[in-house]
Write a new protein. Sequence first.
Length: 101
Amino acid sequence: MDLLLLPFEDGASERRGSLMAGLAHGVAVVTTTGHNTGTTLRDADFVAHTPVTSPVAFRENVIRWLGDPAGCRELGRRGCEVYRRDYDWPVVVGRIAGCIG
């Protein structure tokens, strides 16, 4: 897969399994930002995103990335790096364990 399209009508969030799977597998992700999108993803440079209110911008973003295979590989690499650093299970378990002592 070259590009994972996730046009969520309420916006991407860290709770989306499909988003996390795309990041974990190093696939470039094009998604939307909306009321469920926190600042981490809203400001992210490891996914390509547009506001949920603009389907035309989403379509244009998809076309842009489809025309840039090298950019897709780089976006996927950055997403995978962020996933491993911040969202992978060993990281999450360590954070939980640190909170509960």
